[in-house]
Design a protein around this ligand. Structure first.
Ligand code: F6R
Length: 276
């Protein structure tokens, strides 16, 4: 695992977008694992801008999202399918048939989860998986005590996650679905590369547990410590409680693989429709 500290949330999101762009240029048919949530909005704005200004090409890219709420059809404005259409898919030249999310409105949810795993396998597995982290340390919707070998399945959300996501439902806790379909921790760990983005002071404590704490199913993000190619990109605010900060800074300053990312490019985010 490598932890890279950037001065601001914006700089951290830009670095994640640049890393994704680098892999997409190297392999246009990249199988990209995607996440939703507020942290990712900036990344998708930067990718949109790179598509517009630098002709970043998504035409052959295939995507698999981590999760979807149970009971919400894809056209529900609170569904993750809707989120992805709004923040990325409708704004770049991706073929919608190449974009996949578990269907939370499927009649047989267990069969839907099995099918999702098969689809990922049929595409040759995920090349690069993007992750955020929840207030309770979840990745995807792998809530505390999710098996570290779990596969795509239906999961009950914790009260902490329901509270965390309530602002996206107009602040109404009662409106947040209680269950979701999510890739398992085992599914996530099979991705060839993992990129986790964590920003904001409110994530500082859970980030320190995830990255520097003992591995435990109580904080499913700690399972990332097992992954051979996992990069965790954070801003200063989220890095506040990390003990190894000096070493992480040294890595970014000195390791040759980061050289091309040390100079800040002049790209601006395309402002999201909501913030217009
Ligand atoms: C979303 C997902 C979640 C979020 C996490 C952080 O698809 O899988 O694990 O990445 O809950 O969400 P934000 O960015 O809203 O704090």
């Amino acid at each position: 695992m490598e932890v890279i500290i950037q001065p601001t949330a914006d700089a951290a999101a830009l670095l994640v977008a640049r890393l994704i762009a680098k892999h997409l240029r190297a392999k246009p048919s990249l199988v990209l694992g995607l996440a939703t949530g507020r942290t990712m909005e900036r990344v998708y704005e930067y990718l949109t801008e790179m598509h517009r200004r630098e002709k970043l090409d998504f035409s052959l890219c295939r995507t698999f999202n981590l999760d979807e709420y149970v009971g919400l059809p894809p056209n529900d404005p609170h569904s993750y399918r809707y989120y992805m259409d709004r923040h990325l898919f409708s704004r770049v030249n991706i073929d919608r048939r190449n974009t996949h999310l578990p269907n939370g409105a499927a009649r047989d949810l267990a069969a839907e989860c099995r099918h999702y795993e098969e689809l990922i396998r049929d595409c040759g597995g995920i090349d690069l998986q993007l992750l955020g982290i929840g207030a309770d340390g979840h990745i995807g919707f792998n809530e505390p005590l999710s098996a570290l070998r779990s596969r795509t399945r239906e999961k009950a959300l914790t009260p902490a996650t329901i509270r965390q996501n309530a602002p996206l439902f107009g602040g109404k806790i009662s409106a947040v679905p209680r269950r979701a379909l999510t890739m398992g921790v085992g599914t996530i760990l099979e991705a060839r590369r993992i990129l986790m983005l964590v920003t904001g002071a409110e994530k500082a404590t859970i980030l320190a547990k995830a990255v520097e704490g003992p591995m435990t199913a109580m904080v499913t993000a700690t399972a990332l410590q097992l992954h051979p190619d996992c990069k965790v990109i954070v801003d200063e605010a989220a890095a506040k409680r990390l003990r190894g900060k000096a070493y992480y800074r040294w890595i970014f300053k000195n390791e040759p693989e980061w050289q091309e990312f040390r100079a800040a490019p002049s790209i601006r985010r395309a402002r999201s429709r909501r913030s217009r």
